[in-house]
Design a protein around this ligand. Sequence first.
Ligand code: HEC
Ligand code: HEC
Length: 499
Amino acid sequence: MKKLILFSILFSATALVSCDNDNNNGQTTTETELSEEYYSGGKLGTVFNESPYAYEQPTPAIDEQGFTTAFVRGESLFEKEFNSNSSGVRHGLGPVSVRSSCITCHPGYGHGKRMDRYRANDFGNGYLLVVIDENDNYVSSLTGMPQVQAVAPFLPPVDETKINIEWKEYVDEWGNTFPDGEKYSLIYPEVTIPRNAFSVPMPDYYKVRLEATIGVYGTGLIDAIPDDSLLAQYRYEKSLGFNLNDAKYDPANFIKEADGTSHPGRYTYGLTRGTLQNGPGANAIWNITNVTRSNRKYNYITEAYAIAMSQNPDVQKELGKTEKEIYDELMSKDLPEEMSDDDYIEFMVWHRGLAVPAARNLDDATVQRGKELFYNSGCTACHRPSWTTGADNYTGDPLVQGKLPKYPYQKIWPYTDLLQHRLEMINNIRTGWCRTTPLWGRGLSEKCTGAGEHLHDMRARNYNEAIMWHGGDAARSRDIYRQLPKADREALVKFLESI
Ligand code: HEC
Ligand code: HEC
């Protein structure tokens, strides 16, 4: 993290606003405040920073609520590599792992990059492998997030050198041409893994999809939105006749917290996580690295893997242990704790403490035109501009409850309904249901991560391609965009780059 506060944006934007007001019937204005839309993460969650480190900044709440030191310490658990030592700093990696650190998948704390090959150690490869059967269920001999790294003599469940990613051209019903003649190109991934790449038994049929990272910044603000607001949004879009994933809103399917309470999903494309404290990061710090902690004293592996490794003569010989000993160790529910509770709490302070970069250039005439088009094209039906957070009194995990930064009653601008839709694209995400990705901060992606691709597998190389992939309930919006004159299409994209 580099703390660079750039005041220039604040000043220039204020100047523009004041200018407008000066022309307003000749009335004189004193200092004018920025409009609320600049505060993407609300007053407590926004940072005025558009440097390459814009996604890595603490929220104002971190300093105001006394978490400055914990934030910095927690941050190192995200940024630094874990190792397979049995003691010392960030030890405990393995026996198998998806990656050695969070940041390899979340470069600059943002989304991953589009990749032509799958290597765990290629910086910015944020892809998770999704290996599923003909009914889109995860293959049960592999973990949901299949590992490609192992500490010798163990073998990784998947040999990554055999993974093949091919990018194919897609031609849409208009021959990839706008009515005004401008062309665009669409590509999508086809991923194959041969049977001999797996060290566990595989079913007769399986297929592979890629899921790319979502940005980590601002997830603490999303956490502060009340469940009731999510449910109201679901009912509202239902009343509009949208095709929604109803099963997710059956309380029987809500996601359980450590204390037994439960919540509808709001994180990940799959809406598999209900709170940040029981969320993708809290889970990843265990299952990406396989580092155990007080409430997870077991490995993230499958029984099929434990059987395969314990029966492998090379593994037995190298470890000098019997099949039973190896199996029992791998499957133990009482492994030593590798991460302390204090480290974990600081990690969650950091996680809940990441600010959203302020919006930029909103008073620019082209951006204003783009905003009008965004609202008039039906984009806001799913990319809901703003939400208001609740009291933000998290209860759920006694370990961190009462020890985290809070964001009560903030108006935030993530541009998402936090619901899933089916955009009906070729080689779509598992099940076809995909949460609307927050659009806030995405305009800084190239600066902060070195890449600016979009959609769940990074198939869209720019905003234009991302919009042209929209189908299903979004087809109408896409068609309105398609019919716009080029200058208007560009204005809409400029608006997206500014939020
Ligand atoms: C293998 C690459 C990989 C690593 C390593 C990784 N992530 Fe992720 N992360 C992903 C992917 C892929 C998604 C989107 C997954 C999905 O929707 O199922 C994601 C999603 C998230 C989200 C959800 C954002 C949202 O809006 O829903 C958060 C938060 C997150 N990761 C935090 C972390 C943290 C913290 C770590 C380290 C402990 C970490 N990730 C390590 C790949 C990774
Ligand atoms: C019916 C709901 C819906 C409508 C309407 C809609 N979107 Fe989306 N949008 C989504 C979903 C869902 C995703 C995530 C899809 C994926 O990753 O595969 C998405 C993703 C995006 C992304 C990529 C985000 C990222 O960084 O990965 C952009 C950009 C975007 N939408 C812009 C627009 C614009 C502009 C409009 C209006 C012309 C629009 N959307 C209308 C649902 C919608």
